[in-house]
Design a protein around this ligand. Structure first.
Ligand code: GLP
Length: 243
């Protein structure tokens, strides 16, 4: 594993943007796996800045997002499609047709998930997958459970995740109860994985993910088996590793 411990959130974001920019410079037709949540907001702002400064282009890039709430339309301001438009896609030269987010508006979970998985494989798989880390160790929306779900699937969100994400909605009752997410196997099939983690509140779970046993009860721990993982965190998140 490659590790970068940065002093601040801003430094973490810049370092991660540099890595993604480098990927696009080496292979302008890269397929990126993208993540949502509050953690990557700074990184996306930095990528927009890089694009505006003519350092990178998304013209030939293809993207697949990790997950989407089930039941939210792309126009819903808490859908992950909306998040991606506002934080990245609307500000760069990416072809809208080349951006994919699971179709949360499709009530047919099996069809939505199978077609997503197929689209990823038709694109030749993911070159670089960006990941955040949930407080309970989830990646995408792969929640702790007794096995590692392999492919894109529907998942019931845990109470702790719904509570954590309630801050973005009018209240906890408004948070959808289910989502479509890439599976742990989909993530593990990416050629490179880039995880970003920020804040003291993630210190404990970061330690469990990379220093504890590999277990589906901490889904991110499977990354210990991935051959090409880069972890970029700030010092606050790293503080648990020194314990
Ligand atoms: C969300 C997303 C994840 C994200 C995680 C952490 O629920 N489904 O992809 O990485 O939780 O979010 P945050 O960065 O806001 O802590």
């Amino acid at each position: 594993m490659q590790l970068f411990i940065e002093e601040t959130y801003e430094d973490m974001s810049r370092r991660a943007a540099d890595l993604i920019a480098a990927q696009l410079i080496v292979d302008p037709a890269s397929t990126l796996g993208l993540a949502t949540g509050s953690t990557p907001i700074g990184l996306y702002a930095d990528l927009v800045e890089d694009f505006q400064a003519d350092r990178i282009s998304f013209e030939q890039v293809t993207t697949f997002n990790l997950d989407e709430y089930r039941g939210l339309s792309p126009e819903h301001d808490q859908s992950y499609r909306y998040f991606m438009q506002k934080n990245l896609f609307d500000h760069v030269d990416i072809d809208p047709e080349a951006t994919s987010v699971p179709d949360g508006a499709n009530p047919d979970a099996q069809a939505a998930c199978e077609s997503y998985e197929q689209a990823i494989s038709e694109a030749g798989g993911i070159d670089l997958q960006l990941l955040g880390l949930g407080h309970n160790g989830h990646i995408g929306f792969n929640e702790p459970c007794d096995h590692f779900p392999v492919r894109t699937h529907e998942v019931a969100l845990t109470e702790s995740t719904r509570r954590a994400n309630a801050r973005f909605f009018a209240g906890e009752d408004e948070v959808p109860t289910a989502a479509y997410t890439m599976g742990v196997g989909t993530v593990m099939a990416a050629r490179r994985v880039l995880m970003i983690v920020t804040g003291a509140d993630k210190a404990d779970i970061l330690h469990r993910a990379f220093c504890g046993p590999v277990t589906p009860w901490v889904p991110a721990s499977i990354l210990q088996f991935h051959p090409d993982v880069t972890l970029i965190c700030d010092e606050a998140a790293w503080s648990g590793m020194k314990a």
